[in-house]
Write a protein that binds this ligand. Sequence first.
Ligand code: 5GP
Ligand code: ZN
Length: 117
Amino acid sequence: MGNQECIFCKISNNEIAAERIYENDNFFSISDANPKVEGHSLVISKRHFETILDMPSSLGTELLDCIKKTAAMLVEKHNSEGFNVVSNNFEAAGQVVKHVHFHILPRKKGDGVRVVG
Ligand code: 5GP
Ligand code: ZN
């Protein structure tokens, strides 16, 4: 199902292989192909929704579960002290892949990373 031209649908369907950090019924997480910081990862919905506005609110609990489990695993693995959760919605906000996703950015004190928001 989903959008045949969508790269995240292909990863979701296993048409393109990607190691999953964590997954539940409706979301999974993978490492970002072009990490902005060490451990930069993405929480992605299994079904194709373009932005948060298209996602049923009933998926909120599972979304938070996937974000929390992924972030905790990354913080442990990379000895991080914190993390940012970022979601770009629509082109004006920097969304490139038109399939809803959440960036998890592990952080350390004084790492100098600047996150817009
Ligand atoms: P955004 O749409 O929020 O601007 O960012 C899309 C993100 O997806 C980028 O950080 C980019 O590096 C990542 N990305 C794009 N294509 C792929 C891919 O095929 N595999 C993985 N793991 N990440 C990707
Ligand atoms: Zn898609």
